[in-house]
Write a protein that binds this ligand. Structure first.
Ligand code: EPU
Length: 419
């Protein structure tokens, strides 16, 4: 298994461009199933999760073509199969995103039930309840979700809890339903708005994405579109955090700062000087240590759970005590044990982590447990004394495009060790 060797102590400074967002791209690839024509997606990030999504669509008979400009043309209009097998679903839970589109367009889907994962049990009951309300018949058999429907029927759907991929699944399904759907208690993440924009560009009629109620007037069919994947707010936030923990200076281009409002507020509390344009964020620590900062994760527009692990490292390097409350996933503190092995002083009780800032972190061999946990270990390695080796980096390759290349360009010293 490949590993990353990080020689700590370098400052992160310079300018980079943000890559396309994984969590925007995945539902958009699934949305191609809804469409009678081919869809062109541009600015897709080169990530393992994107490859897995293509593999899934390919296994169902979709055609995927890459041109010389690195644009993908996806033709999911004549699928020969509507099954997402366990081999693929177990490697990527977001495979569940094909459920809504398959039922809406083909009237059936057989999707392996995703199990729990390193950050929590992550059930899909909200997706299934909502799809049933749109008229699908759902059975759970042999570890699979088996869903069938004649044309889905628009209705009022109140989600039992806020779910990002659940909202996306049902938004896609309702786009082809008969009549109007009113979705409430929905997720309001920027990726929901991005997906609605893409679906509307394909001929859907969706209003209110990003607010408390999404209203979808179902249409008979959707047509092809060329769509650019927007920038990855969590990637941007992670590089900003890298500059904070190394007392650096960074500019990230191609990112709308409104997507990171809460994160930028919290970074400013650490003492970072932040200036923004419509599509760039600059941050400077003026060679200072961060001040302590408390965070509480919750659905957008609150502080994102996907930035919690990175803030654990900021707090660990801060001059004082910080509190972290994780309210989205029940088990998203797996990185803490590894950070403590590097010299952090963090104690966890339930969903609360008490972080006492320390003066020095020490390089160690550590193991990544999930995507954002891996990012936090790399951040810790950047500011640690000596060498850090991060194992199981397939987690990081799922969601950060060329991370060591980008960080090295900004001054880090990271080597990918072959397996
Ligand atoms: N939940 C349920 N039932 C459901 C669905 C969710 O109980 O049917 C619970 C989950 O267990 C969790 C909470 O609701 O406690 C929120 O989960 P959500 O469904 O919103 O998460 P998701 O849609 O599976 C997406 C991102 C995650 C991100 C979360 C929260 C994608 C592909 N994934 O997951 O991204 O952490 O929203 O913002 O969009 C990552 O990129 O590292 C990542 C994990």
């Amino acid at each position: 298994m490949e590993k990353l060797l990080i020689k700590g102590g370098n400052t992160i400074s310079g300018t980079i461009k943000c890559s396309g967002a994984k969590n925007a791209a995945l539902p958009m690839i699934a949305a191609t199933i809804l469409c009678k024509e081919s869809v062109v997606l541009r600015n897709l990030p080169f990530l393992q999760d994107i490859t897995t999504m293509f593999e899934l669509l390919g296994s169902m008979g979709a055609q995927i073509i890459l041109n010389e400009d690195m644009d993908f043309t996806i033709s999911s209009n004549k699928l020969s199969d509507t099954e997402a097998r366990y081999e693929l679903v177990k490697t990527m839970r977001a495979s569940i995103l094909v459920l809504g589109p398959l039922v809406a367009r083909y009237g059936k889907a057989r999707i392996a039930l995703p199990g729990g994962c390193a950050i929590g049990s992550r059930p899909v009951n909200f997706h299934l309840d909502a799809l049933e309300q749109l008229g699908a018949k759902i059975e759970l058999k042999n570890g699979y979700i088996e869903a069938t429907a004649d044309r889905l029927q628009g209705t009022r759907v109140k989600f039992d809890g806020i779910t990002v991929t659940g909202t996306e699944n049902i938004m896609m399904a309702a786009a082809l339903a008969e009549g109007t759907s009113y979705l409430t208690n929905v997720a309001k993440e920027p990726e929901i708005v991005d997906l609605a924009e893409m679906l509307n560009a394909m001929g859907a009629n969706i209003k209110g994405a990003g607010t408390d109620e999404i209203i979808i007037e179902g249409v008979e069919e959707l047509t092809g579109v060329t769509f650019d994947i927007p920038a990855d707010r969590i990637e941007a936030g992670t590089y900003l955090a890298a500059a904070v923990v190394t007392a650096g200076d960074i500019r990230i281009d191609g990112i709308n700062p409104d997507r990171l409002k809460k994160v930028l507020e919290k970074l400013a509390e650490t003492g970072a000087e932040i200036t923004c344009t419509d599509d760039s964020i600059s941050l400077s620590m003026n060679l200072d240590k961060p001040k302590p900062v408390d965070i509480t994760t919750a659905p957008f527009p609150e502080f994102p759970t996907d930035m919690q692990a990175q803030f654990s490292v900021i707090s660990a390097m801060a001059d004082g005590v910080s509190n972290i409350y994780e309210n989205v996933f029940e088990n998203r503190f797996m990185h803490i044990q590894e950070l403590n092995r590097m010299g952090c002083d963090i104690s966890v009780q339930g969903n609360h982590a008490l972080v006492k800032g320390v003066n020095t972190l020490y390089g160690a061999e550590v193991m990544a447990t999930d995507l954002r946990a891996s990012a936090s270990l790399i951040l810790a390695g950047l500011c640690a004394e000596g060498d850090t080796i991060v194992d199981r980096i397939y987690h990081i390759d799922r969601g950060y495009e060329r991370i060591e290349e980008k960080l090295n360009y900004l001054g880090a010293n990271i080597l990918r060790l072959p397996s």
